[in-house]
Design a protein around this ligand. Structure first.
Ligand code: ATP
Ligand code: MG
Length: 415
């Protein structure tokens, strides 16, 4: 027996409608906010993520699925969606399109993590990316899109936490302040934090070790170091969200797991699914395009974890719409009537009606039992008289009412 790899999951036929519900809500939200889909490869050159996600992050340092292909190239299964989208944006010259360019994706992502509830090795993300606009309206629009998506799913009790981590200018000053603060504590911090001290002290605020967290709690706050432009930008984003009735709390501890963020960063967090509570995270990444070899261009995006949303919806009893059931089950008695069942089912399917017939050579009684099990709305038993008259008795399963309908008119009747 070969088992599913650790940290991955099968989606079975009786669960897949839940996935479609979430994915459809994602696509509808993206469409309403005028974001168009972009699909990029499942694997990329490893260097893309080293540069794009940042080599001081856990994702790049510890979690990547990296392998050498038969041509000796180092490849990595995408650990997130943004780097690939940005690469494709630059490579395909989308920078010369009218701005902004607004795109979305739904993608699997791969991270070698310790599997737990809401933390998998293969998981799925829905994300939006908007390129070309520096304006706070775009930040607010994107956050509002994430919030509408969550509303569409019917999830409750998810809180928006907001922060600004500034630009290169304010980060310079802030990094100095952080280093001054952390210097006397370095001895008692974890090796990862010690290595981040030189490379990217901001990331020390994101450590999950208890001791480091305690120390980080007393660190200087980035919001006190924002330059005028960043401060104004942040104020405007907050104002726009407030005007739209979006509730948020400012949390200066949010720096996000990836290196490329600037200015606005945010997370939607739930307390209902344990410690893996962040269902959606994002922010501005005004320097990323340049870092990946493109011309400088501001951009902003978010990614929502589909498995975590699913978990949240299941844990809080959100109703998923029912999965599609067959409209009609055609039960046949003998060879001739079975042939008519087959023909009629195929005809109806051509008209977009979900119809089913017997595949198992069962008795009529057993066929009707099966029809009930699969939740068919109507059943029709086809025999000699149906063959002769071209008319069938359609029985509604919910109330047992029977109506005589011409085969050619079934489609109309089922509507
Ligand atoms: P965390 O702090 O929980 O590890 P992260 O900062 O690494 O999250 P991002 O890189 O921002 O996460 O990814 C965006 C979203 O993708 C997360 O908010 C989460 O919902 C989801 N996600 C991230 N890693 C996993 C995983 N291993 N399994 C399932 N979902 C995940
Ligand atoms: Mg993580």
């Amino acid at each position: 027996m070969i088992n599913v790899p650790k940290g991955t999951k099968d989606v079975l036929p009786n669960q897949s409608h839940k996935w479609r519900f979430i994915e459809n809500a994602a696509r509808e939200t993206a469409a309403a906010f005028c974001y168009k889909e972009m699909r990029t490869p499942t694997f990329e050159h490893t260097e893309l993520f080293q540069r794009g996600v940042g080599d001081t992050t856990d994702v790049v340092n510890k979690e990547m699925y990296t392998f050498e292909d038969k041509g000796g190239r180092s490849m990595t299964l995408k650990p997130e969606g943004t780097a690939g989208v940005v690469r494709a944006f630059i490579e395909n010259g989308l920078a010369s399109s009218p701005m902004p360019v607004k795109t979305y994706y739904i993608t699997p992502a791969f991270r070698y993590e310790r599997p737990q509830a809401g933390r998998l090795r293969e998981f799925h993300q829905f994300g939006l990316e908007a390129f070309g606009s520096p304006s706070p309206e775009t930040d607010a629009e994107l956050i509002f899109a994430a919030s509408s998506f969550l509303d569409k799913l019917g999830v409750k009790g998810v809180k928006l936490e907001l922060n600004s981590i500034g630009c290169r200018i304010c980060r310079g000053e802030y990094n100095k302040a952080l280093k001054n603060y952390f210097a006397p504590h370095l001895e008692s911090m974890c090796p990862t934090c010690r290595s981040r001290y030189d490379k990217n002290p901001l990331r020390m605020l994101d450590c999950k070790e208890e001791e480091c967290k305690k120390i980080a709690a007393g660190a200087p706050k980035i919001l006190d170091y924002l330059c005028e432009e960043c401060k104004e930008h942040f104020e405007k984003v907050k104002e726009l969200l407030t005007a739209q009735g979006v509730e948020y709390t400012v949390n200066s501890g949010i720096v996000r797991g990836l290196d490329y963020y600037t200015k606005t960063v945010f997370e939607f967090v739930s307390t209902q699914i344990g410690s893996q509570g962040t269902v959606c995270g994002g922010g501005r990444y005004d320097n990323l395009l340049e870092e990946l070899g493109g011309n400088p261009l501001p951009a902003i995006g978010f990614a929502a974890g589909i498995e975590r949303l699913m978990l949240l919806m299941e844990n809080t009893g959100v109703d998923f719409p029912e999965e599609q059931k067959p409209a009609l089950y055609l039960a046949g008695m003998d060879a001739a009537s079975r042939a008519l069942c087959f023909k009629t089912a195929i005809y109806l399917r051509g008209k977009g009606v979900c119809a089913e017939f017997d595949h198992m050579n069962r008795s009529v009684k057993a066929q009707l039992k099966y029809a009930d099990k699969i939740g068919a709305r109507y059943v029709a038993v086809i025999g000699e008289s149906e063959l002769a008259t071209g008319t069938v008795n359609l029985k509604a399963m919910k109330d047992g009412n029977v109506n005589s309908v011409k085969i050619a008119e079934i489609e109309e009747y089922l509507k």
